[in-house]
Design a protein around this ligand. Structure first.
Ligand code: B12
Length: 426
């Protein structure tokens, strides 16, 4: 069938719109390169454990420093090896590391290196075993042992590694979506919606499932799309600024005209946040970097390894400005432990983090103590005054903080509330 000129012109225009969706406006390239360099520089800090998400982020960029990436991959390997060789029959819930194993598996794939087949198969076996335990918990307790975020990450990692996933695992995601169970701390988690969306998109594209199953997968994807679109704020963010990168990954992977209206505003919000220095956490930077190059986690399955060698090389100059601001005087922060009668003003040097505030409070008050546990995002508050549980961080008027204890820098006169959650989490 011959196409008329007007039809051709329309088709070309449609194609251009599709390609340009979520594209960065001219003149912002230096911000992207600067974020890339910042993330690369984080990998040079040998006091921090290698983070598979950071590695994936760097690999999904268009710009590379292959030497530094290789060195970082070397640092990642012992962790991957340890995960692959540890006992498969993890009994304790605490030890279930679905998301971490998934990220290591994806990082391995993103490395373009010839993989150690034994390690690879053990890692896959471990991930499948974890997913099985998660699925059992969904059936028995109504939710996974870790979270739907990690469950989705697990499915995604197997999928980008071309591993078949039994449809019952996918069905659990579909049902959870139908029942609006991608909720954290009592409200919808756009990060989880997006990660589940990516896992379902990858599964749909794998052509591994019968038609009737694909119909259900497609419906769940459509619902996720609607929920994410409905979460867009006036300034363009989907959910909040830190869930926006994964939401955009979802729309990019969805392709076509999805999120066409929403995309310029979302990109503008992200660029603005980048300019304001809001993306300094390596984990957050690693989720953002791919979309700045029109990439998503699904692209891990089709890494263009040869092209990388010819790609422009990112050079790290030896001189760089430190992130830390210069201290100028002291500030006062009111620290409140909700429901535990702790309400004290703590004095710390300006530009201190909330972690510094907690540390000072602990030093000065025998009746305040706290503990954190390391995570890929940084220190996670686990215990306050010997009470272990899900602690949430708020500032005045119960506004939840959008950063963790190490990243958040309170202002003079601010009130910080530590509150134990009564919500379950999925
Ligand atoms: C699941 C989740 C939670 C769960 C974690 C428990 C569970 N059931 O899994 C709950 C609901 C408890 C939670 C709490 C918080 N979270 Co949260 N969380 C997530 C989510 C959706 C997935 C994390 C994950 O599994 N990663 C994958 C695994 C492999 O990585 P991991 O490091 O092993 O995962 C652990 C840590 O990430 C830790 N964790 C979860 N959230 C946070 C936040 C911070 C700052 C830190 C240091 C650790 C941490 O819990 C994970 C499970 O053990 C991410 C979304 C995202 N885009 O990354 C948000 C996310 C990381 N959380 C965020 C925030 C802000 C928080 C809170 C600070 C909110 C608050 N105001 O209190 C608190 C943490 C307070 C504290 N105690 O230190 C932000 C961080 C933004 C940033 N600038 O870094 C994200 C990106 C969500 C968002 N879009 O706002 N979170």
């Amino acid at each position: 069938m011959a196409l008329s000129w007007p039809t051709l012109v329309i088709l070309v225009q449609v194609f251009i719109v599709q390609v340009q969706l979520y594209e960065i406006p001219e003149g912002h390239n230096h911000f992207i390169k600067s974020l890339n360099r910042k993330l690369l520089r984080k990998t040079l800090d040998v006091t921090q454990d290698a983070n598979p998400s950071v590695y994936i982020g760097l690999r999904l960029s268009e710009d590379h420093n292959l030497e530094k990436e290789k060195e970082y991959h070397q640092r990642l390997k012992p962790f991957t090896l340890a995960l692959s060789s540890s006992n498969l029959n993890v009994d304790s819930d605490d030890e279930l590391k679905t998301g971490l194993v998934a990220l290591h598996l994806m990082a391995q794939r993103a490395s373009c290196e010839k993989t150690d087949a034994l390690m690879q198969s053990k890692l896959i076996a471990r991930l499948k075993n974890h997913l099985l335990k998660e699925k059992e918990s969904i059936v028995l307790n109504g939710g996974p042992l870790t979270s739907y975020y990690q469950y989705s990450l697990g499915i995604l990692a197997l999928c980008v590694n071309d591993k078949f996933i039994d449809r019952h695992f996918i069905n659990k995601l579909i049902v959870a979506e139908e029942r609006d169970q991608f909720v954290l701390g009592g409200s919808i988690s756009i990060d989880t919606e997006a990660m589940a969306g990516l896992a379902l998109l990858c599964s749909k594209n794998s052509n591994n499932y019968p038609r009737y199953e694909v119909v259900h997968i497609k419906k769940a994807i459509r619902n996720i799309k609607e929920k994410i679109l409905a979460s867009q704020k006036a300034d363009g963010q989907f959910g909040n600024i830190y869930s926006t990168p994964l939401a955009v990954q979802f729309f990019l992977a969805l392709g076509g005209h999805s999120g066409k209206e929403a995309s310029p505003k979302a990109m503008a919000a992200l660029l603005e946040a980048m300019k304001l220095g809001k993306f300094s956490n390596p984990m957050m930077m690693s989720q953002l970097l791919p979309i700045l190059h029109q990439k998503t986690y699904l692209d891990v399955a089709k890494m263009k390894c040869e092209e990388m060698t010819d790609s422009p090389q990112l050079v790290l100059s030896s001189i760089h400005t430190h992130d830390e601001a210069v201290e100028d005087g002291m500030i006062k922060v009111r620290l409140v432990v909700s429901g535990y009668h702790f309400n004290k003003v703590v004095e710390v040097p300006s530009h201190s983090s909330l972690l510094d505030v907690l540390e000072t409070a602990q030093r000065q008050n025998s009746y305040f103590s706290y503990e954190t546990k390391d995570s890929l995002h940084g220190p996670f508050l686990t215990t306050v005054n010997n009470v272990e549980g899900q602690w949430f961080l708020y500032k005045d008027k119960n506004v939840p903080l959008l950063e963790g204890v190490a990243d958040y820098k309170p202002e003079d006169g601010e009130k910080i509330i530590l509150s134990l959650s009564s919500f379950g989490s999925n």
